[in-house]
Write a new protein. Structure first.
Length: 315
């Protein structure tokens, strides 16, 4: 075990703590590349979406393979581990994979999700491992910032304000619900493309759109308050968490049921459930904080700010 004198990062035989993430990213890129090539070969007419999926996965396969090999060499690792090039590469790959997930998970493209089969996942490897690659790219950025610049993202977020990570997670989930609902509505509920606009299916899709918009706005308000002021009133958090918990509970019932647009396994199904679970955990956390504020110990503190002090007996 050695310490990089320039960054203070711990390095184990030329390998940074991010070596396992790079290795996993290489494996995910390999799987996605193989799946994307298979999809491209089966297409009667090659689409730009399949070309993008192949290009992105092949580019990531090459880059992550080179970076992984450099980690294995004590001599070459000095040129990549903890350098600005590693940071640039992680940011570029994250941008590539965010676009790849948007293309692959879009039922309209037909790469991993087939709109003609009720948005059913038809290529599990391409769907799930594209998400795995995207998550890994984000983790690489976080670990790079923490290891090289001493920016403890986890600790900073945890100490910044209570429940900030949960609200940020809910914001991400609601954005996915919004995007998935909008995509389904454009595909199935416009110009009578399969369903009449006034059908139960399209009405539930509209509810998904409304839920995504409201959930995104509510979550964004709390995240902004916590980032700018480090706090948000517990009452405000409680009210918004309660409303979102009820709305997401209804969303799970309406969207993922047999007649709902999220009944097939896909983004809308998963993130409808994730949104409800996170909102429920948020509501429980706010309730625990509220109960903590009402404990007898806290009630001893006077309204005018006086704190009871025990009398000291004369010696």
């Amino acid at each position: 075990m050695a310490v990089d004198p320039s960054t203070g990062e711990l390095i184990n035989n030329g390998q940074s703590p991010r070596f396992k993430l790079w290795l996993a990213f290489f494996a995910f890129s390999t799987i996605v590349m193989g799946s994307a090539v298979g999809v491209k070969k089966r297409e009667n007419q090659v689409s730009s979406n399949s070309v993008w999926a192949v290009f992105c996965s092949a580019f990531s396969f090459t880059v992550t393979g080179v970076v992984t090999m450099m980690h294995l060499s004590p001599m070459l690792s000095d040129y990549i581990v903890g350098t600005k090039w590693e940071g640039i590469i992680t940011v570029v790959l994250a941008a590539f994979w965010s676009a790849t997930v948007a293309v692959v998970a879009n039922a309209a493209t037909g790469l991993a999700v087939d709109a003609s089969m009720d948005n059913t996942i038809v290529n599990g490897n391409l769907y799930y491992f594209s998400w795995a690659g995207f998550v890994t790219s984000i983790l690489l950025i976080i670990e790079y910032l923490r290891g090289v610049f001493g920016v403890d993202v986890y600790g900073t977020v945890r100490n910044r304000a209570a429940r900030l990570t949960l609200w940020a997670g809910l914001l991400a989930c609601q954005l996915v619900v919004l995007g998935a609902s909008a995509n389904i509505f454009d595909t199935d509920c416009t110009d009578f493309n399969g369903y009449a606009p006034e059908s139960a299916y399209c009405k539930r899709t509209k509810y998904g759109l409304s839920l995504g918009v409201i959930g995104t706005l509510f979550s964004l308000v709390i995240v902004a308050m916590k980032m700018l002021t480090t706090v948000a009133p517990v009452v405000v958090e409680g009210v918004l968490a309660f409303v979102l918990c009820i709305m997401n509970g209804c969303g799970v019932a309406f969207l993922t049921s047999a007649e709902g647009p999220g009944s097939p396994i896909g983004n809308l199904y998963y993130f409808s459930w994730f949104s409800w679970l996170v909102s429920f955990v948020l509501l429980a956390s706010v309730y625990e904080d509220y109960r903590g504020m009402r404990t007898p110990e806290n009630e001893e503190v006077k309204v005018d700010g006086e704190i009871p002090v025990e009398a000291i007996d004369d010696v």
